[in-house]
Design a protein around this ligand. Structure first.
Ligand code: DHB
Ligand code: MG
Length: 222
């Protein structure tokens, strides 16, 4: 039996991606474009992207809200998981990132299904009330604001809305109550909100993939 190590986990991840996630030129280009533009290389892993696609399909989502577009990689997976007449509304604070994402999303052939709203989440979310309810919400932006984003996910959702929160493990740092970083504190505050706020019920899973050791929370709006 192989011992658990990061190298072994990466090998397993490569095996799983090769086995289960189809090669796709427009997704490859979507991964490359942010690197060429000096943007952070922090999009979800291929297995995570396909999980978002599956969750959209499994939940029958037609209206999806994404907070944190970056280069549009997760946006494309989500858009491919909804019907042709569905909608992904995705929020990006950085105009330059939104431009890169727009090109990749159009290249992937799902442009008419995706609205990119440029602005801070806290400013854009209150303007989306007329587009609610959203069936699925993916939170993957500044971790400091996770409680704000969860509050809006509940307000713009409905009973049965699925919420996915990225990066809830942060290489294990989430378990350290003394960790001083605003990101870890934001993640912990979000998880506590998922426990204490009666609008939610949730669980979380650790992941070891191309992104390293991290995790996702899955929550239901009750
Ligand atoms: C960071 C943000 C992410 O959304 C992610 O998936 C990985 C890392 C970060 O801010 O460091
Ligand atoms: Mg993320």
């Amino acid at each position: 039996m192989t011992e658990l190590s990061l190298a072994a986990a990466h090998e397993v991840d490569r095996y799983l991606v090769d086995t289960l996630v189809d090669a796709d030129d427009s997704l490859d280009a979507t991964v490359q474009a942010p690197r060429a533009a000096d943007m952070p290389a922090i999009e979800v892993a291929p297995t995570g992207g396909k999980l978002l696609w599956l969750l959209a399909r499994l939940s029958g989502a037609r209206r999806v809200l994404e907070i944190g577009t970056l280069g549009g990689y997760s946006t494309i997976w989500l858009a491919r998981g909804i019907p042709d007449d569905g909608r992904v509304v995705t929020i990006e604070a950085e105009p330059r990132h939104a431009e890169v994402a727009r090109r990749s999303i159009d290249r992937a052939g799902v442009g008419e299904r995706v609205d990119i709203c440029v602005g801070r989440g806290a400013d854009v979310l209150p303007t989306l009330e007329d587009q609610a309810p959203f069936d699925l919400v993916f939170i993957d932006a500044d971790k400091e604001s996770n409680t704000v984003y969860l509050d809006w996910a509940a307000r713009l959702g409905r009973p049965g809305t699925l919420i996915v929160v990225d990066n809830v493990v942060r290489a294990g740092r989430v378990a350290d109550a003394e960790d001083p970083s605003p990101q870890v504190r934001g993640v912990r505050a979000g998880l506590q909100m998922l426990r204490d706020d009666p609008r939610f019920t949730a669980t979380a899973l650790q992941t070891l993939d191309a992104k390293g050791w991290d995790g996702i929370a899955l929550a239901l709006v009750v």
